[in-house]
Design a protein around this ligand. Structure first.
Ligand code: BDR
Ligand code: CA
Length: 311
């Protein structure tokens, strides 16, 4: 069994990432840390607690982290995730309390005290992860790998050049991509194709289980927002694809490339600059996802919700 930590900003697709991890016998979720991103730090923390309450996972530690990026003001995404960060349905109020420690200290302690090297799955801006690396660089030698949702080689969403998570805190992303920890980048090149379609959502709504009856309208809201803004025929469950890769590695295909982060560009802030043709001669530092098996991904999601419905 693989032990993981999820650092996230829920967010509809972050919520699905947490659910997928909790339902999987292949994974043990040791903690959830939250960061300001899709919504304010206060809201994303609340949403993590509500998500775990909905699926009856009250023993997983939840720690609240950075409210804003290292050097910049926070950009949020209400047009995609709503004012709450999880618009579309009412989730139950939190039925348990998070841990008192700051997410950065929780990450450091959990990583350093773990008997086996952990996998970190960041699905929001990389502020907490960078702060943890800066505060205690020893964690970079203790982590097995980082599988993150963020960036893109050819695609973009928040600007014509950048993906949201990297755009929000590019300086943090620079720390993480340069940390020496093996990084797998599950970016928009694959996650924009990881669509849970309107028909899939309808099917989920009809199953009417205790989790699916809340998740279906949430995904409908998210899919509708993505249709309005990007013309997608469903919900791109970006963050859940990073977790799916840990359950079934073959759900994506990756290539090893050199990736660096643009922090200064006037038009290109937050671009993950990937050297596809090796023109820089710089060593590859990232496994970059370039293909996705969306049928397999959807199968994993449907199975996960079925398991959570039956608990
Ligand atoms: C990423 O940005 C957020 O809106 C999503 O939760 C995902 O992590 C996609 O660009
Ligand atoms: Ca996210």
């Amino acid at each position: 069994m693989k032990c993981i930590l999820i650092d996230c900003d829920p967010g509809h697709d972050d919520m699905m990432a947490i659910m997928l991890a909790c339902s999987s016998p292949e994974l043990k979720l040791l903690g959830v840390t939250t960061v300001g991103g899709n919504q304010t730090g206060e809201k994303t923390y609340l949403n993590a607690l509500k998500t775990l309450t909905l699926i009856g996972e009250r023993d997983i530690p939840v720690a609240r982290g950075a409210d804003k990026p290292l050097f910049r003001e926070l950009t949020v995404a209400p047009e995609i995730h709503g004012v709450s960060g999880l618009d579309g349905a009412d989730l139950p109020e939190p039925g348990f309390e998070g841990v008192v420690r700051h997410a950065v200290d929780f990450l450091i302690q959990t990583i350093m005290e773990s008997g086996t090297p952990l996998t970190l799955v960041p699905t929001g801006p990389l502020t907490n992860v960078a702060l943890a690396m800066l505060k205690d660089p020893r964690i970079t030698t203790k982590l097995e790998r980082i599988v993150l949702m963020g960036g893109a080689v050819f695609d973009s969403n928040i600007t014509p050049a950048a993906e949201f998570n990297i755009y929000v805190d590019p300086e943090a992303a620079k720390v993480v991509f340069g940390s020496g920890v093996p990084v797998t980048m599950v970016g928009l090149d694959v996650t924009n194709k990881a669509l849970f379609g309107f028909d899939d959502i309808e099917r989920l709504a009809r199953s009417n289980g205790k989790v699916s009856r809340v998740v279906a309208p949430l995904l409908k809201f998210f899919a509708q927002a993505n249709k309005t803004i990007f013309g997608f025929e469903g919900a791109p469950l970006h963050d859940a694809l990073a977790v799916a890769h840990l359950i079934k590695p073959e759900v994506i295909k990756t290539r090893r490339l050199n990736v660096e982060i643009e922090t200064d560009g006037e038009l290109t802030r937050g671009r993950t600059v990937a050297d596809v043709y090796g023109v820089t001669g710089k060593p590859a530092n990232t496994d970059v996802a370039l293909e996705v098996d969306n049928d397999l991904f959807k199968e994993l999601l449907v199975q996960a919700i079925k398991i959570l419905d039956s608990r």
